[in-house]
Design a protein around this ligand. Structure first.
Ligand code: FE2
Ligand code: FE2
Length: 193
């Protein structure tokens, strides 16, 4: 029972990481494709991917990591405080990078190919940044959680991540950019009014 609970929360986090990685790799393919084919479809794809990142990782995944996983780890040990501080800082940096990427995309839409190198650098920079962030969480935080958290901690974390609204759940199996775009659009949560 204890093992199943731990595995449940951890698997949700790993699955959400895989999903964002597949979106980021889609963004790399789109920005690479912009060099040979301009047009509104590429920018539409990129906007859909930015929308995904804003809706799910930024508003659900990262806040829950901080509120539950990082908070309980701080209570149980001080051995990984420096990594937790760095990851919290990266969550803030990630938001800024996505905003900068959005602005670079707008400049590309308005001014054309002259703005493509900046957009390219912004997308590739985010991909490196996120790969490092994911690696730090999976190599330090998740093993640390297995080591230090109590059964009660896991029950709380499992419930928190198990309750994630997950409107994009089927994304991780998609390889085609067309399918990815269609899935994002079809699975968008209802607009908040
Ligand atoms: Fe994460
Ligand atoms: Fe994170």
């Amino acid at each position: 029972m204890e093992l199943a609970t731990r595995r449940g929360a951890t698997q949700v986090i790993l699955s959400e990481h895989r999903r964002l990685t597949s979106i980021v790799s889609g963004m790399l393919r789109v920005v690479d494709g912009m060099a040979s084919s301009s047009g509104s479809y590429c920018t539409m794809l990129m906007r859909a991917m930015l929308y995904y990142i804003h809706e799910f990782p930024e508003q659900v995944h990262h806040p829950k990591e901080e509120q539950y996983l990082f908070a309980r780890l701080r209570e149980r040990t001080d051995e990984i405080d420096a990594v937790i501080d760095e990851l919290r800082h990266q969550h803030e940096e990630g938001k800024l990078r996505i905003r900068a990427l959005d602005r670079a995309l707008t400049r590309y839409e308005l001014a054309g190919v002259v703005m493509l190198p900046a957009l390219h650098d912004s997308v590739y920079g985010y991909a490196d940044f996120y790969a490092n962030h994911r690696h730090l969480e999976e190599s330090v935080i998740l093993p640390g959680a297995q080591r230090y958290l109590t059964v009660a901690d896991w029950a709380e974390i499992d419930e928190a991540f198990g309750a994630n609204r997950d409107p994009f759940e089927s994304l991780e199996t998609e390889d085609s950019l067309d399918d990815l775009y269609r899935l994002i659009v079809q699975t968008m949560p209802d607009a908040q009014t």
